[in-house]
Design a binder for this molecule. Structure first.
Ligand code: AMP
Length: 279
């Protein structure tokens, strides 16, 4: 496995691979890799001749007061996991390599970025779209792999690729969970033992919500209320949002009739966790 911090190195390898007619899969990550990331890498490995993992904590997707500085990092462990999964190239740029002095260009997707996480993180998705566009251009990947764990991000990236005619297929991958149901996340490492137990409330509440929708409940406010009540029964939990939106435009629905995304963001202590289901 090749490791590099430099865009020029990636571009050189990509040129060689492309001229040999090889397909390329990209897995964009912020590192501190776990089994959720591994599931994306495994799928990329199955479907492509070459696999690139990017490992970059992207500063421009963090707002003021968010956890950019404290975001967990362990590049050696990430390399070991990637190597064991047959990754060809791990790209670990510095912020200075990605954002040259005088960087002023941004990519954004309107409407889809305004709800859900976009309400409390107003610059987040523009930062994501910008870095993802750069990674697509640098890697010239045929396919890129994103987790449904970040459902809004997945919808936005798919829309950006469609709207801007980018030559890449976006592959969505299911949420990987701990045995007790907590969605795997690099941020779970912030939780102390008591908070880790309290965090189970997210999955518990969503499971109830999903049951209600599957059993035919079409009143979105009733489903949201049931989820809210369960989360509020946990003293360490503080709701950021509980939303039911249409799965295409991500706008709130009153009545559940087409495909919906039910998404939640909840603080457990100081740690903000997200989870969701599509129905
Ligand atoms: P991150 O490093 O948190 O930016 O995540 C990188 C990619 O891994 C994103 O596409 C995430 O949606 C995906 N991912 C993170 N956690 C999980 C999980 N538990 N299950 C599936 N995909 C995940």
């Amino acid at each position: 496995m090749i490791r590099t911090e430099f865009i020029a190195d990636v571009k050189k390898l990509v040129r060689e691979w492309k001229s040999a007619g090889l397909s390329i899969g990209l897995v964009p990550t912020m590192g501190y890799l776990h089994e959720g990331h591994a599931s994306l890498i495994k799928k990329a490995r199955e479907e492509n001749d070459r696999v690139i993992v990017s490992d970059f904590v992207n500063p421009i997707q963090f707002g003021v007061g968010e956890d950019l500085e404290s975001y967990p990092r362990d590049f050696e462990a990430d390399c070991n996991l990637c190597e064991s999964l047959g990754v060809d190239l791990i790209f670990h740029p510095s912020p200075e390599e990605m954002y040259l002095p005088g960087f002023h260009s941004h990519v954004g997707v309107d409407t889809l970025s305004t709800n859900l996480c976009g309400k409390s993180r107003p610059i987040h998705f523009n930062g994501v779209c910008t870095v993802v566009t750069k990674l697509f251009n640098i890697s010239e990947a045929d396919r890129a792999y994103f987790g449904q764990k970040d459902a809004q991000q997945l919808c936005i990236v798919k829309r950006m690729v469609r709207d801007l005619n980018m030559n890449i297929s976006i592959i969505g991958c299911p949420i990987i969970r701990e045995d007790d149901g907590l969605a795997k996340s690099s941020r779970n490492t912030y939780l102390n033992a008591e908070e880790r137990q309290a965090a189970l409330i997210l999955h518990k509440a969503l499971t109830k919500g999903e049951e209600l929708v599957k059993s035919g409940e079409t009143d979105a406010s009733k489903v949201k209320q049931a989820i809210t009540d369960i989360i509020n029964s946990e003293p360490l939990a503080k709701i950021d949002y509980v939303e039911i939106v249409d799965a295409s435009e991500l706008q709130a629905v009153e009545t559940i009739n087409g495909e919906i995304l039910c998404a939640i963001a909840v603080y457990i202590g100081k740690t903000r966790l997200i989870d969701n289901f599509f129905a």
